[in-house]
Design a binder for this molecule. Sequence first.
Ligand code: SAM
Ligand code: 2KA
Ligand code: SF4
Ligand code: MG
Length: 218
Amino acid sequence: MVYTVKELFPTLQGEGAHAGRAAVFCRFAGCNLWSGREEDRATATCKFCDTDFVGSDGDGGGKFETAQDLVNAIESSWTSTSAGPQQRYVVLTGGEPLLQLDEELIEKLHQKGFEIAIETNGTIKVPKGVDWVCVSPKAGSDLIVLQANELKLVIPQEGHDSLEKLLARFEKMDYRNRFLQPMDGANLKINTELAISLCQKRPLWRLSLQSHKLIGIR
Ligand SMILES: C[S@@+](CC[C@H](N)C(=O)[O-])C[C@H]1O[C@@H](n2cnc3c(N)ncnc32)[C@H](O)[C@@H]1O
Ligand SMILES: Nc1nc2[nH]cc(C(=O)O)c2c(=O)[nH]1
Ligand code: SF4
Ligand SMILES: [Mg+2]
């Protein structure tokens, strides 16, 4: 299996329950809900993406011919921060990482001592062995990952009916942690105020800020 990776870099997880934790980010190329081309954005299922996931030309990106090649690159990225063997943490994101993640890659990352997290839109089955699953549902897509460590809902999304009804539905489902993340873009300030007021009204939800953007890291 050849893995196409847009970029691979050490940083801190910026979002959700593990915010602030050292991690290597492996951003896979490609997504099933948007081509990544600006001219397709308006007609895509997911229209608000903040990420360039097209191609393999980013820092640390490339085409990795084998799972072992990719794992070696992830390990080098971890070590490049002088971090030792403890608490090795990799976040597989994209694009949509579940278009490429397979059990061989999971097994080889575990052999190197990595705890594995994924960021997924929840439309593709999660293979066995992933340690932390964060699902971020998109309006107009078929959510099939109905159980996860973390649900991270970006708000507000065009195409969702009543937000309060949607939250009530997710509150009954099997997600261990629930976050509201304000949509970045022209309305970030208003969206943040909305997320704050909803978290105050509905304490099953916590606020997830994209803290990496606030502090100017990737
Ligand atoms: C770029 S996506 C990649 C992983 C996967 N495709 C997904 O959507 O979960 C990573 C995270 O960024 C969130 N995100 C994307 N665009 C955003 C925006 N404009 N504002 C806030 N969060 C955003 C997604 O919802 C997801 O939680
Ligand atoms: N630092 C940092 N944290 C993140 N958490 C989720 C991200 C993503 O794009 O998947 C992300 C990202 O792009 N950078
Ligand atoms: S599903 Fe994720 S990667 Fe795909 S377009 Fe939406 S936010 Fe971006
Ligand atoms: Mg991001």
